[in-house]
Design a protein around this ligand. Sequence first.
Ligand code: PEP
Ligand code: MG
Length: 755
Amino acid sequence: MVSPASIGGSRILLRKLREIMETGGQAQERLDRLVSMVAATMVADVCSIYLTRGAFHELFATQGLAAEAVHKTRLKQSEGLVGLVAETAQPLNLADAQSHERFAYRPETGEAPFHAFLGVPIVRSERTFGVLVVQNRVQRSYGEDEVEALQTIAMVLAEMVASGAFGDLSGLAEVEARPSRPDLLQGRAFSDGICIGTAVLHEPHAPLGRVIADDPLKEEQRLDAALRQVRSALQEMLDGDPGRISGVSRDVLETFLMLAADPSWEAKLKHGVRAGLSADAAVERVRGEHRAKLNASRDPYLRERLHDLEDLDNRLLRALAGVDGASAHSMPPDAILVARQLGPAELLDYGADRLKGVALEEGANNAHAAIVARALGIPMVGSMPGLLSRVEDGDALVLDGERGEVRLRPEPAVLHAYKQRVALRSARAAEFARIKDIPPVTQDGERMTLMLNAGLALDVHHLDEVGAEGIGLFRTEFQFMVSETLPRLEAQTALYRDVLEAAGPRPVTFRTLDLGGDKVLPYVTAEREENPALGWRAVRIGLDRPALLRYQLRALISAAAGRRLRVMFPLVTTVGEFDEARALVDRELEWRQSRGGKLPHHIEVGAMVEAPALAWSIPDLKGRADFLSIGTNDLMQYFFAADRGNPRVCERYDILSPPALRFLKRIRDDADAAGMQVSICGEAAGRPLEAIAFAALGFRRLSMPASGVGPVKKLILSLDAGQAAKAVTRMMNAGAGASIRAELTEFATKNGYAL
Ligand code: PEP
Ligand code: MG
């Protein structure tokens, strides 16, 4: 007997497996031969295959358990040790199975005398098809090599199931090899837009034909070549220009290169090919291990490293498949990228012109990739657990970045409905393009100013595209969030200069760093706070750690040398805080002047009105602040005491309700009395119905996401601001606090305003 624990043993095992795969015969017969071959090779008393059918794991074949139990023993999804292996998608190695709390005794199997248990998942592309088990009478722990050998067999088995090699097996149709039914996944909308296209998996997998090597020596050479290719590509990136996105620093690439050079990673891969796997299958097996660990880990640091490792595995697989990195990934013209999660650099690597959309299993609205997707105008939906196990390369997909859902393999009727929605959206887009250079003047002659909210250099091209008149809010923290390390003074200056240059004569209002709350930096370990939205954030950090803020102001002043500079501070709560922040601007101006540096020709310093306390301090800001900008996202969160990021409460209260509108009116009146310019720059400014209310309350400057400019411009052109002011005032004074949304919609529709 050759032990599978040796390389030679593994090869023999794989050769036998291949014989079983390649010889004909009934599927049941082949499964039976497989279990007896595995039991014999691994010197196990029992070898069993459980396949998952619907809600059960069914015993499909066994050597060593009672033959009558086959197709009779069915364990519920999470029942017994088999259920545990399927649930965790990880091997389970027990010297005494019966003393495990999850052990479920099934008398019909006759498994009472067996103590040692080793179960591995039969898994492929995140989908668990079942569990492969070996058992022994004696109490013993299986060695690492035995676990690996069994995993290899399970991998081949998974490929056989997936490729339909057991198609004639009764009941196997329910073990869905490749999902074919339409499916709907509800997630979260990270970037607006709708697209219809073809799924392209960011993480490819090795096809069946390549699992077992024809010539192990050749496979090792292929692996060596691919490793060299991945390492040298990383080295090239490191030697070249890593600044394709301002944040991808040398540090990240260096860490990556270090991981790629790690001998234990290479040793694991080599072990796989020497044991008889193809190079692709060896990488896939190592990737499976990384994934299983990733799924089980809650430690953010470890997860990040495992994600890096998985990324390297993917690069290696692509190199083996003969495609060089994401940029050469052969893709259909209507590709919708499907991934667990994505870094901003990876997304940029694919490029906006080659992707119609992105679907993520994980991800978050504030995650860097989502920010980049919005900047590039690529629809993105994320936060869909189970996505990767339900979609296959080449599946038809509809990605709805409006509602935050993905439809897999849609029925013709659904597809038809979506095609109509896409057509409607493009007709609307064409209409917005037509009016983009028309000044936003209402029917009764009120001139509005529509500006853009931006955060990356990439966003600035939207200015021309949508016809905005400037940037009303530039969120400077985005640069910090997409960086792996604190951006240096030069990098900050370069970005601000690029933005000012791209904007030309149009004004840009830079908002100083707004960190804290939900915006955390990976490289700054912040203390956990019970209540981050009410905690140490925004200008509070800037004033307590003035070095950071002063550096930023220094960069802004130097970037705007000889130009106009507009700066504002987020979450100012008291007049004293504003004075302190403004004093830092003065200090930086003096500092630059003392060194003979050129100054901006004009400087305006403003405050964001986000804290209700500041909203009640406007008369005192007279002569201190040059302008105000209302951040309705935060102002409403504090006004209604409802967390803007908590789906349970964030839509519970409406800005279009009398208390909120009266509050905004009050701010408007106080700003007028103090002679201060005031704008609105929260997300609400980009919604036509809200824009009616803001215009009605007397606001003339709105700053919004790029997608809002067209719809709001169209609304403004159709609006009678005087008539709307009367109606909104009436609704605001008559209401008992409830939302006026429905009433305002009816009024707007009746009067032909373009909503
Ligand atoms: C706001 O709070 O409305 C705002 C514009 O700032 P942010 O969304 O970046 O907090
Ligand atoms: Mg804010």
